[in-house]
Design a protein around this ligand. Structure first.
Ligand SMILES: NC(=O)c1ccc[n+]([C@@H]2O[C@H](COP(=O)([O-])OP(=O)(O)OC[C@H]3O[C@@H](n4cnc5c(N)ncnc54)[C@H](OP(=O)(O)O)[C@@H]3O)[C@@H](O)[C@H]2O)c1
Length: 238
C-alpha cells in the first residue's frame, strides 16, 4: 500500500512523539493529535525535517467526546482512511488511594479508557470495509500488576487490557490486528513529574516503545503480536 495513514494520539511529546517520528520516517502519512497545537506542530516539523510527509495536526481534548468525533472526521476527510490507530494519550495520577480526587479519577477514566473506546469505534468501520488495519493501544505493566499509589491508574490500564483482548477477538475475523503494548517505566515527562512514580536505574526510552509498536505493525499481516511487554533488560545496570 502506498503511504498508509497512522493516527497517533498524545503526539505532542513523549512516547507519542517518538511514535510519530517512527511512522513518519517510514513514509506513513500521519494525523497527530493532543491538546497543545504548538507542541503538535513541533512534532510535525520534526517529521518534515527528516523527509516525511506533512502531517495533519488536530488539537483535541480527549475528555470531550464531540471533539473525538470531529477528529475522526477530519482524518477521514484529509486522507480517506486510517490504517493504523495508536491509542497512546494517557494521564497518570499516582497517589495513595485516599488522596486521589474525583476529578483526577475522572480524567484518567476518560482519557485512558473512554476516549480509546470512542475513537476506536469511529475508525473501525472503515477498517472492516477494507479488511485491513491495526489498532494499537499503549497500556502499561500497571495494566497487569497493581502497585501502591496506582489504584486509579492501574484500574484504567487493566480496563484497557480487557477492552483490547475482547476487541482483538472480534476484529481478527475482519483481518484487523489489535496490538497492546505494556511498557514499564519510560523516561518521559509523565514519570519525571510524579514523585510516586516507580523508577529503575536504567529506564526505557520512548523510542524503545515506538520501535516495538512499529515492528508489530510491520510484521506480515498473517501474524499478530497481540500483547507485548517491554521492560529494561537489566534494571540494575547503571
Ligand atoms: N512514561 C511511562 O513510564 C509509561 C509507562 C507505561 C505506559 N505509559 C503510557 O504511555 C502513554 C504515553 O505516555 P508518555 O509517557 O508519553 O506521557 P506524556 O509525556 O505525559 O504524554 C502524554 C500525552 O497524552 C496527551 N494527553 C493527555 N491528556 C490529554 C487529553 N485530555 N486530550 C488529548 N491529549 C491528552 C498529552 O498531550 P497534551 O498535554 O498536549 O494534551 C501528551 O501528548 C500513556 O498512555 C501512558 O499511560 C507510559
Amino acid at each position: 500500500m502506498d503511504h498508509p495513514v497512522a493516527l497517533i494520539t498524545g503526539a505532542s511529546r513523549g512516547i507519542g512523539r517518538a511514535l510519530a517520528l517512527k511512522f513518519g520516517a517510514a513514509g506513513y502519512r500521519t494525523v497527530l493529535t493532543a491538546r497543545q497545537q504548538e507542541a503538535l506542530q513541533e512534532t510535525a516539523t520534526m517529521i518534515e525535517k527528516q523527509g516525511g510527509h506533512q502531517p495533519l495536526t488536530v488539537a483535541v481534548d480527549l475528555m470531550d467526546m464531540k471533539q473525538i468525533e470531529a477528529l475522526a472526521r477530519q482524518a477521514e476527510d484529509a486522507f480517506g482512511r486510517v490504517d493504523v490507530l495508536v491509542n497512546n494519550a494517557g494521564v497518570l495520577h499516582l497517589k495513595p488511594f485516599l488522596e486521589i480526587t474525583p476529578d483526577e479519577l475522572e480524567e484518567m477514566l476518560k482519557v485512558n479508557i473512554q476516549a480509546v473506546f470512542e475513537l476506536t469505534r469511529r475508525v473501525v468501520p472503515g477498517m472492516i470495509e477494507r479488511r485491513s488495519g491495526s489498532i494499537v493501544n499503549i497500556a502499561s505493566l500497571a495494566g497487569k500488576h497493581g502497585f501502591k499509589t496506582g489504584t486509579g491508574y492501574a484500574a484504567t490500564k487493566f480496563a484497557l487490557r480487557g477492552f483490547a483482548q475482547s476487541l482483538m477477538l472480534e476484529l481478527r475475523e475482519h483481518d484487523i490486528r489489535v496490538i497492546t503494548v505494556f511498557p514499564g517505566s519510560v523516561h518521559t515527562r509523565m514519570i519525571g513529574r510524579n514523585p510516586h512514580a516507580p523508577r529503575s536505574e536504567t529506564m526505557l526510552q520512548a523510542e524503545d516503545v515506538a520501535h516495538a509498536v512499529f515492528a508489530a505493525v510491520s510484521v506480515d499481516s498473517r501474524a499478530m503480536m497481540s500483547e507485548i511487554d517491554i521492560r529494561p533488560s537489566n534494571p540494575k545496570r547503571g
